[in-house]
Design a protein around this ligand. Structure first.
Ligand code: 3HC
Ligand code: NAI
Length: 684
């Protein structure tokens, strides 16, 4: 097999070039090639310096993640990098694209780093539940200082080449001809006697007396964001070791921590999500070369909660939007909300004033369907009523040009029935955004019975352009996400009638890793959503809560009582009302253990997920995981509901469901789940 690494001799400079598409991951063959390249450079007396660079779209974007969890293949990256760093001739990394993870570690093992201004540098291992395990946690703080190393390792976000130059991570920026500039730079430094060695540096490390303060301040500021995850704290411990120990000892700490993470469930789950997210974009039975529809102008029907947020996605990506509403007043209201959202983005430093203005400038409003005639994609976001939606789609059919995509943002309704209101059901698709639509990353793409391949492929490609993670769902009540929400909600509501307190249920969810539990969620969304608004008609606990003005956070009370800063505390009134309804419905009260809350609220979701798979409503289990991670705040470190079930053991899930079968006749066991559990199989 030919090596993905070749060398070029340019008089006194040896250039070691990797070419391992798509991202020059550091698989075994690349590691061997780098090792051999260095050896060749050292063996040739005529060589005065060695340049490391990559062909293709990027510098090394990290270790090869597909090798993780398999038996190690030599040489190891830490060993190759140690050899590289020990080389008595100067080494220079020439960076374009992304130098990430092991890739940045390669660069750190070199004496010098030069980069093009568009390059990005980072250590995203934490996002895979890991840490930079090839000396990165020890070399990085020595090169950029402890504070920046903490930011980079704990959050994993890459920095720009310019920022890297400012912090000393990059020695020089070069505008163009990186390959030529690297050779010239190599000659320049070869003339010097001393070369910086990352692992030997101490100039950026803090005084011993300052270390506690730095770490305390960092934890104080960021502790909440790390809740539940193992890897951020492990990264912190390693960076601390770099600050406190000699390099040789620090790398031992790093190795130990790395191995612990690598063999743990969290990293397994997060690595699963890395591939799951990429896999979700692929539709198995739609040919890769399906021609895409060019989307130059988007129409949106409705400027309410969803319509406004959906518009922002396209406006921010530079795609003009025309919004249709029922009245000028409604348009004005919608425009006001979006304008304020953009102003908030500017204030928060997320965009410039010019960008916000540019977005608002390409937005027009109308009340006339004729103005949508030339749109390439129209997304309907009107009230959740089949009659209203059919009326809208009928009008779209008679006004909008042929070839355009007609999409609905419905949360539950049947896309095929909506499509039947048009003469072109092949053009109709569901585009289910999540609230707030300008922020939430998930997009459920609902494939109708007649939706064409071109429409599907276009929507999937477009979603990437507007920063969404798209997952294909079939036509069923609530699609993937909301369908699975149902058993959880029903069981939570039943459990409070059996004696569990809403705050106990919420606590179990928060301890599991959700940002909030189902009742906190209801209070945030508003208990009055979908309420009949007749205070004299009290047929359920919710009717009673609403009639008592307990609409949730917006009225200062819902399931919880809220103070002025919207902090909720358990409510005696709610407890008394629940007791009253439980008595009315003859439900005896008992102590409900946390385990039962988990089993009835979470295991039923896994069961529903299995039914979704059984019915072909999702392409694969990992798609369901992606929906719940990006749409509903399921904790990433569990890998999503189906991966979590795999790691828990499907036999455990089935046993938990069977234990409560008598109380849960609504949720018949999925045959697929039962079979897999019996055979010891997993979903992923
Ligand atoms: N290993 C193996 N495959 C990888 C990979 C990696 N490190 N990075 C990307 N790929 C694959 C993807 O799975 C995808 O495959 P597919 O086409 O079959 O779906 C293909 O490369 C292209 O990737 P993207 O679709 O993500 O391409 P983008 O252009 O959108 O993004 C990127 C490029 C920014 C480099 C992005 O792929 C990325 O963030 N990669 C992961 C970077 C990372 O996490 N590096 C750290 C790895 S862990 C490590 O280095 C440990 C060390 O410390 C010891
Ligand atoms: P909303 O009530 O905030 O907005 C609906 C808007 O549509 C209103 O401004 C209304 O004036 C306008 N409208 C109604 N009928 C119209 C018509 N015939 N022509 C033109 N405009 C019309 O509702 P929201 O929350 O934005 O929901 C819209 C859709 O999005 C619904 O189908 C809903 O199920 C779905 N959805 C809602 C989510 C949410 O969290 N609010 C999440 C995901 C989907």
């Amino acid at each position: 097999m030919t090596s993905p690494v070749r060398t070029e001799l340019h008089d006194d400079v040896l250039v070691v070039i990797s070419d391992n598409p798509p991202v020059n991951a550091l698989g075994a063959a690349v590691r061997q090639g780098l090792k051999d390249g260095i050896k060749e450079g050292l063996a040739n007396d005529g060589v005065k310096a060695i340049v490391i660079r990559c062909d293709g779209r990027t510098f090394h974007a990290g270790a090869d993640i597909t090798e993780f969890g398999k038996p190690p293949m030599g040489p190891s990256l830490p060993d190759v990098l140690d050899e590289m760093e020990r080389a008595p001739k100067p080494t220079i990394a020439a960076i374009h694209g992304t130098a990430l993870g092991g890739g940045l570690e390669v660069a750190l093992a070199c004496n010098y780093r030069i980069a093009v201004p568009s390059a990005k540098l980072g250590v995203p291992e934490v996002k895979l539940g890991l840490l930079p395990g090839a000396g990165g946690t020890q070399r990085l703080p020595r090169v950029v200082g402890v504070e920046q190393a903490l930011e980079m390792t704990v959050f994993g976000n890459p920095i720009s080449a310019k920022a890297a130059e400012a912090s000393g991570l990059v020695d020089r920026l070069v505008e163009d001809d990186l390959a030529g500039a690297a050779i010239a730079f190599a000659r320049e430094v070869a003339a010097k006697g001393d070369h910086p060695v990352s692992s030997a540096r101490t100039d950026k490390l803090p005084d011993a007396a300052a270390i506690d303060g730095i770490f305390e301040a960092f934890t104080q500021k960021n502790g909440r964001k790390m809740r539940g995850f193992d890897a951020p704290a492990a990264n912190m411990r390693c960076v601390r070791a770099a600050a406190e120990m000699p390099y040789e000892q620090g790398v031992k700490v790093e190795r130990e921590e790395f191995m612990k993470l690598m063999t743990g469930d969290q990293s397994k789950a997060q690595r699963h999500l890395f591939f799951a997210e990429r896999q979700a974009a692929k539709i198995d039975d739609v040919p890769k070369d399906t021609p895409l529809i060019d989307i130059k102008k988007v129409g949106i029907i409705g400027a309410g909660t969803m319509g406004g947020g959906i518009a922002m996605n396209f406006l921010s990506a530079g795609i003009p939007v025309t919004t249709l509403e029922m009245s000028d007043d409604a348009l004005e209201r919608g425009r006001g909300v979006v304008g304020r959202n953009y102003a908030g983005n500017v204030k928060g430093g997320r965009m410039t004033e010019a960008q916000a203005k540019g977005a608002m400038d390409i937005w027009t409003g109308t009340t006339d369907y004729a103005d949508l005639a030339d749109c390439d994609l129209i997304i309907e976001a009107v009230f959740e009523s089949m009659d209203v939606k059919k009326d809208v789609f009928g009008k779209l059919d008679s006004h909008v040009k042929q070839g355009a995509i007609l999409a609905s943002n419905t949360s539950y309704l049947n896309i095929d029935e909506i499509a039947a209101a048009t003469s072109r059901p092949d053009a109709v698709v569901g585009m289910h955004f999540f609230s707030p639509a300008n922020i939430m990353k998930l997009l459920e793409v609902v494939r109708g019975a007649k939706t064409s391949d071109a429409v599907l492929a276009t929507v999937m490609a477009l979603s990437k352009k507007i920063g969404k993670v798209a997952v294909v769902a079939g036509v069923c009540d609530g699609f993937i996400g909301n369908r699975m929400l149902k058993p959880r909600q029903v069981e939570a509501n039943k459990l409070i009638m059996e004696g569990a307190k809403p705050w106990d249920i919420d606590r179990v969810f928060v301890e599991f890793g959700f940002p909030m539990g189902p009742f906190q969620m209801s209070d945030l969304a508003g208990l009055d959503i979908g309420w009949h608004r007749d205070e004299s008609r009290i047929e359920t606990l919710r009717d009673e809560l609403c009639a008592a003005g307990r609409w949730g956070q917006k009225t200062g009370k819902g399931f919880y009582d809220y103070d002025d800063s919207r902090r909720g505390s358990p409510s005696d009134e709610v407890e008394a009302l629940i007791a009253k309804w439980a008595e009315k419905e003859s439900r005896p009260q008992r102590h409900v253990p946390d385990e039962e809350i988990r089993e009835r609220c979470l295991y039923t979701m896994v069961n529903e997920g299995a039914l979704i798979l059984e019915e072909g409503m999702a392409q694969r289990a990992s798609d369901i995981d992606v929906v719940w991670i990006y749409g509903y705040g399921w904790p990433r470190y569990t890998g999503g509901p189906m991966m979590w079930a795999d790691l828990t053991g499907l036999d455990v899930i089935v046993a938990g469901l069977e234990k409560h079968a008598a109380e849960m006749p609504e949720w018949p066991l999925s045959q697929m789940l039962k079979d897999k559990a019996a055979k010891g199989e997993t979903f992923n």
